[in-house]
Ligand binder design. Structure first.
Ligand code: HEM
Length: 140
């Protein structure tokens, strides 16, 4: 009864609010990148990020604010973005997609979110993650 039904997420800014707004999303992304730099399981995708990972923390947090139905911080700060195009220079296959999603799953596990929200976010994030792999595969 305490957990909202997962079909509430995705409507308006429900997901953004459930994730704790900008502060909550920043906490999630800090956990995500802390894991990525410290756990060898994510070494490949970490090596593709800038040495100074701070900018990546800020960009992913900003993007996810809008993606979850909150303020479009990425567009405000950095301009337009297409997720597949932003990754087109990287050799991302299903292996690296799964590395990224596993890292996100581990970061979500550390958050004080309802289980339904964790499951919803991981499921929804697989959509752009898969699109990144497919866009690259179909590139001439
Ligand atoms: C499929 C697995 C993924 C991998 C391996 C990956 C890896 C990376 C890497 C290495 C960068 C830094 C690129 C650079 O600075 O040259 C990056 C940037 C970024 N990623 Fe991903 N990513 C993945 C999926 C996603 C997904 C699913 C999203 C969003 C839902 C996302 C959002 C972003 C954003 C917003 C940036 C910053 C883009 C920019 O402004 O340059 N990524 N990613």
């Amino acid at each position: 009864m305490n957990e909202p039904a997962s079909d509430v997420y995705g409507q308006g800014d429900a997901t953004f609010r459930a994730a704790g707004g900008e502060t909550g999303i920043r906490k999630l992304i800090d956990a995500f990148y802390d894991l990525m730099v410290s756990d060898q399981a994510y070494a490949t995708i970490r090596s593709w990020h800038p040495q100074q990972i701070e900018i990546s923390r800020d960009k992913l947090t900003a993007f996810l604010c809008g993606w979850m139905g909150g303020p479009r911080r990425y567009n405000e700060k950095y301009g337009r973005i297409s997720i597949p195009q932003a990754h087109a220079h990287l050799p991302i296959t299903a292996v690296e997609r799964d590395q990224w999603l596993a890292c996100m799953k581990a970061a979500l596990a550390q958050q004080d979110y309802p289980v339904a929200l964790k499951e919803y976010l991981l499921r929804e994030l697989t959509v752009p993650a898969q699109r990144i792999v497919e866009t690259r595969a179909y590139r001439p």
